[in-house]
Design a protein around this ligand. Structure first.
Ligand code: G6P
Length: 366
């Protein structure tokens, strides 16, 4: 193969471990926040737009869902995130002042390209893509672009493309905020410092692998799993469940933890592992009560906490603690152990990790 595996058993594992470098490359040359990072004329466009419409499929769609939390809270611009295959076929209300953002690793996904063209046909001319392939159809089609530098991604289940998309979307958030006069110099400096720390932070998260291997043994025997998150970590729970489905064939569902009592709680028994993304943010106390609801029904909790979460392992509560509290960038770190959990569970089940059944790396036909 053109891309060598080196010491790794699978491309997916290699790509998970390449994330610190992929993020560093994606940030190369970014010494300050400026709209022009996204192309010539971006400032004029960013000043003009009054909303953002994100279009994507699969893992890229979950990157978009995450970005909604950042853009609305930091840049204060309303964001809609739509599944490309839905958007292209429904009657929607176009807003010509909206910035249309497509997110796509390959730049060739048929539904995402069609959704972009649909938006344009409806009169939306401000287009931007976050894409990993500079020569792709999507980059040619969009007026503005940020090229992620994840490098070639071979594993069908996306990993490093996702985290680099998140980095690019965070930069977009800051550039939008700046264009609207909502980013102080101090805030810019603090955010840039945090972003530059990501590769090192990721390295320490990857060091948790042995602990995750131990959990994977238990997961390999399950046929169902629930993933819970709240706020900006809800999309991360969705992505964790997708990873598990894609490569282990275990039925996994993710819920915003507050929705637990509106249905999925009925599924919780001693047999149900419940993966909880639980960094210490403003929702942690709410999340802890959701966790108690699970424990009260005998559910086994597998919790990814952080340095500040104050959640201890106890009967039926298994905790892996990430080394730091990563603040607003926490989703980029918290998805990594979920990738590793899916990977090691797939290894234990003996599935074809890099080429899961029925799936394609890039879906270029409808
Ligand atoms: C396929 C891949 C996914 C990917 C999705 C969107 O389903 O298996 O990993 O997230 O397409 O691909 P894109 O290239 O548009 O990001």
């Amino acid at each position: 193969s053109a891309v060598e595996l080196g010491p790794y058993q699978h491309y997916m594992q290699k790509e998970i471990f390449e994330q610190p470098r992929a993020i560093a490359s994606t940030l190369e040359g970014v010494t300050a926040i400026m709209p022009e990072l996204f192309g010539d004329g971006a400032f004029k466009v960013f000043k003009q737009i009054d909303s953002v419409l994100i279009l994507a499929c699969g893992t890229s769609y979950y990157a978009g869902l995450t970005a909604k939390y950042w853009i609305e809270s930091i840049a204060k611009i309303p964001v809609n995130v739509e599944i490309a295959s839905e958007y292209r076929y429904r009657d929607s209300v176009p807003n010509p002042n909206s910035l249309v953002v497509t997110i796509t690793q390959s730049g060739e996904t048929a539904d995402t390209l069609a959704a972009l063209k649909h938006a344009r046909a409806l009169g939306m001319q401000h287009t931007l893509t976050i894409c990993n392939v500079a020569t792709s159809a999507m980059v040619r089609e969009c007026a503005l672009a940020y090229i992620t530098r994840a490098g070639v991604e071979v594993g069908v289940a996306s990993t490093k493309a996702f985290t680099t998309q998140l980095v690019a979307l965070f930069l977009l958030t800051l550039a939008l905020a700046q264009s609207k006069g909502r980013l102080s110099d101090e805030a810019e400096a603090a955010h840039l410092k945090a972003v530059r720390h990501l590769p090192a932070a990721l390295q320490s998260v990857l060091a948790l692998e042995p602990h995750i291997v131990a959990w994977a043994e238990a997961f390999a025997r399950k046929e169902n799993a629930l993933f819970l998150g709240r706020g900006i970590h809800y999309p991360i729970a969705l992505e964790g469940a997708l990873k598990l489905k894609e490569i282990t064939y275990i039925h996994a569902e993710a819920y915003a933890a507050g929705e637990l009592k509106h249905g999925p709680l009925a599924l919780v028994t001693e047999e149900m592992p419940v993966v909880t993304v639980a960094p210490n943010d403003t929702l942690i106390e709410k999340l802890k009560s959701n966790m108690q609801e699970v424990r009260a029904r005998g559910g086994q909790l597998y919790v990814f906490a952080d340095a500040d979460s104050h959640i201890r392992s106890s009967d039926g509560v298994h905790v892996i603690r990430l080394p730091e509290n990563y603040g607003v960038l926490s989703p980029i770190l918290h998805v990594v152990p979920l990738q590793l959990l899916a990977y090691h569970t797939a290894l234990a089940r003996g599935t074809d990790v890099d080429k899961p059944r029925n799936l394609a790396k890039s879906v270029t036909v409808e």
